[in-house]
Design a protein around this ligand. Structure first.
Ligand code: AMP
Length: 286
């Protein structure tokens, strides 16, 4: 695996692949790699001749009081995992390489970025869209792989790629979870052991809410029960717990008003101590 830190080295590394017309898949990450990231790598390997992984803790997607400095960085371990997985290229640019002096362009996907994580993390998705646009331009992959774990992010990227006629195909991989149901996340490392034990209440309570709704229960009531259960288990604040349209992320009309079902997504962000956990699961009412 070649590890490169500059765009000139990146070009040199990819040139022979382009000459041979090999296909390329990109997996963008912020590092601290876990089995969720590696599932994206596997999906990439199945679909392309060459796989590139980027590791860049993107400062523009962190708010002023967020965890940019504390975000876990473990390049040596990450590199070993990527080598073992047969990745061809690790693109690890510096912040100066990505955002040289005078950088000012912002990619904004305003509607899909509104509410949910965009509501509690203003500007977050501008940073995400801008850095992903840059990564796609830098590597020009045939496809790029993202996790459903960050569901709103996936929707923002799909819309950006569609709106700007960007070439890469976007592949989505379902969320990889620990045995107790907690979605894997680099931020789980912040959880104290006792918090980690309690953390699985989040996916389990979401599962219970979905079961109630799919059995004909009132979604608003199910969401209230979910929030009460999380609050009772020591989660808080709860940034949001909402059901949105699975494709557009538009708020759903009250079910029952017109008697129709929906293909939705339950999305939750809640704090447990100093750790912000997010999760999402499908909720379908025929
Ligand atoms: P991150 O390094 O957290 O920015 O995530 C990089 C990519 O990995 C994003 O596309 C995430 O959605 C994806 N990802 C993170 N956690 C998981 C998970 N548990 N299962 C599947 N994909 C994930």
């Amino acid at each position: 695996m070649q590890t490169v830190h500059s765009r000139s080295a990146l070009k040199k590394c990819m040139a022979p692949w382009r000459d041979r017309e090999e296909t390329l898949a990109l997996v963008p990450t912020m590092g601290a790699l876990h089995a969720g990231h590696m599932a994206l790598v596997q999906a990439a390997k199945q679909r392309a001749d060459r796989v590139a992984v980027s590791i860049f803790v993107n400062p523009t997607q962190f708010g002023p009081n967020e965890d940019l400095d504390a975000y876990p960085r473990q390049m040596a371990e990450d590199r070993a995992k990527l080598v073992a997985a047969g990745v061809d290229l690790l693109w690890a640019p510096t912040a100066q390489e990505m955002y040289p002096d005078g950088f000012e362009t912002v990619i904004r996907v305003p509607d899909i970025s509104q509410g949910l994580c965009g509501g509690t993390r203003p500007g977050h998705f501008d940073g995400v869209a801008t850095v992903v646009c840059k990564l796609l331009n830098q590597l020009a992959p045939d496809l790029a792989v993202f996790g459903e774990k960050d569901y709103q992010q996936l929707a923002v990227i799909r819309r950006m790629v569609r709106d700007l006629d960007m070439a890469p195909q976007i592949i989505a991989v379902p969320t990889i979870r620990d045995d107790d149901g907690l979605a894997l996340s680099s931020r789980n490392a912040y959880l104290h052991p006792e918090e980690r034990q309690r953390a699985s209440i989040l996916p389990n309570a979401m599962h219970a809410a979905i079961a109630a709704i799919e059995a004909g229960g009132d979604p608003a009531l199910a969401l209230e029960t979910l929030k009460a259960e999380l609050g009772g288990a020591g989660f808080g604040p709860i940034d949001y717990a909402e059901i949105r349209d699975a494709d557009t992320l538009a708020p759903l009309a009250e079910r029952g008003a017109d008697g129709t079902g929906f293909s939705g997504r339950l999305l939750v962000a809640a704090w447990l101590g100093k750790t912000r956990l997010i999760d999402n699961q499908p909720v379908n009412v025929p």
